[in-house]
Write a protein that binds this ligand. Structure first.
Ligand SMILES: Nc1ncnc2c1ncn2[C@@H]1O[C@H](COP(=O)(O)OP(=O)(O)OP(=O)(O)O)[C@@H](O)[C@H]1O
Ligand SMILES: [Mg+2]
Length: 339
């Protein structure tokens, strides 16, 4: 039996279609990632599957129960860590867990032992009796994961489990999530807009954009599906010279794809992405063609496709197009190339 089965699930808020007829499944024991930019519909999807909001239409089964019909059963069988923290700051870590156990009707005799176990998993034994108000962001997040596991759910929902955490804490949380897999038949569905997180943690990933699933597979297959290498050029020139270059490239080399994107860096360079088999061998030819067309190549990079490239491939833009991340990275790498 599958942990989750979703078919044609849709949620509309007035005129906004937050989730648009998505279908997917999650196997038992699988970590499944919902990867998408802000506003893609990730939280809305989680909230429907956790029975916190009703779908507009579609069908979903979670841990063997049908949402909308057996909501009580669903709730008993899932754990959830919300995007926004929901701990009681005026209670200690242990008291927060205890409160949760009571709400879930766990038997008195097993509560202490369960608390000990989950605290151990997330390495918070030493801080269990401290007020949560004094916890760091990472400690709070870990405690929330512990809480989600208290009643031994069959499916655990993690909505942006590492949002806003520093790199080191994020790594630790990744390791806890990985270790959950060894714990038994727990299935995990996590949302993230961090590519590396989905890549590292998820057995399979659904890339979601504007409420729609645009791609779904293992990270390895998604990357492989693009084929070959990606040659990334930062360039300067006229649009006419760019058109000439792209025409020549397509004429002379068997490329899979070219993407031209204007004004990609803060210093004003444009970007040309070329997806091609055996990228290294093609570079000299591309450079000389650029020269002939009057396109100046400011810097160049070759890499095998990442999930970032997969997202770009399916949506035509970067996952964090509006954020500073792209600029920062590009700037970094231009500096690197100039050295
Ligand atoms: N209660 C609501 N009422 C109206 N619109 C909503 C509501 N909840 C979500 N939306 C809209 O639905 C869309 C999807 O939102 P959702 O929170 O699911 O995105 P998300 O992928 O979780 O984004 P983020 O990465 O920022 O958490 C957005 O356009 C959002 O504004
Ligand atoms: Mg969200």
């Amino acid at each position: 039996m599958r942990a989750i089965n979703v078919s044609g699930l849709t949620k509309r808020f007035g005129r906004v279609t937050a989730v648009n007829r998505i279908s997917f499944y999650v196997e038992e024991g699988e970590v499944f990632g919902l990867l998408g930019p802000n506003g893609a519909g990730k939280t809305t999807t989680i909230n429907m599957l956790a029975t916190l909001i009703n779908p507009t239409s579609g069908h979903a089964e979670v841990a063997g129960a049908v949402i909308g019909r057996d909501n009580y059963k669903v709730r008993k069988r899932i754990g959830i860590v919300f995007q926004d923290p929901t701990l009681d700051n005026k209670l200690t870590g242990r008291e927060n867990l205890h409160l949760h156990a009571m709400l879930y009707g766990l038997k008195r005799g097993i509560i202490k032992e369960r608390i000990r176990k989950v605290l151990k998993l997330i390495e918070l034994e030493g801080k269990a009796d401290m007020l949560v108000g004094n916890y760091s962001g990472g400690m709070k997040r870990r405690l929330e994961i512990a809480r989600g596991l208290m009643h031994k759910p069959r499916v655990l929902f993690l909505d942006e489990p590492t949002l806003g955490l520093d790199a080191q804490t994020r790594r630790r949380i990744w390791e806890y999530i990985k270790s959950l897999k060894q714990e038994g038949m727990l299935s995990v569905i996590l949302t993230t807009h961090y590519m590396e997180e989905a890549d590292y943690l998820a057995d399979r990933v659904a890339i979601i954009d504007n409420g729609k699933i645009v791609a779904i597979d293992t990270p390895a297959n998604l990357k492989k599906s693009l084929g070959g290498d990606i040659i990334q050029l930062y360039i300067r020139g006229s649009e006419k010279s760019y058109r000439g270059l792209i025409h020549k490239i397509n004429d002379r080399i068997k490329v899979k794809k070219t993407d031209l994107r204007l004004a990609r860096t803060q210093t004003g360079e444009d970007e040309l992405l070329i997806t091609v088999e055996g990228g290294n061998d093609k570079v000299p030819l591309i450079i000389s063609m650029a020269e002939r067309e009057g396109v100046r190549v400011v810097s160049l990079d070759i890499h095998t496709p990442s999930l970032e490239d997969v997202f770009l491939h399916f949506t035509g833009r970067n996952i964090r197009e509006d954020g500073a991340d792209g600029y920062e990275r590009n700037r970094e790498f231009i500096k690197r190339m100039r050295r």
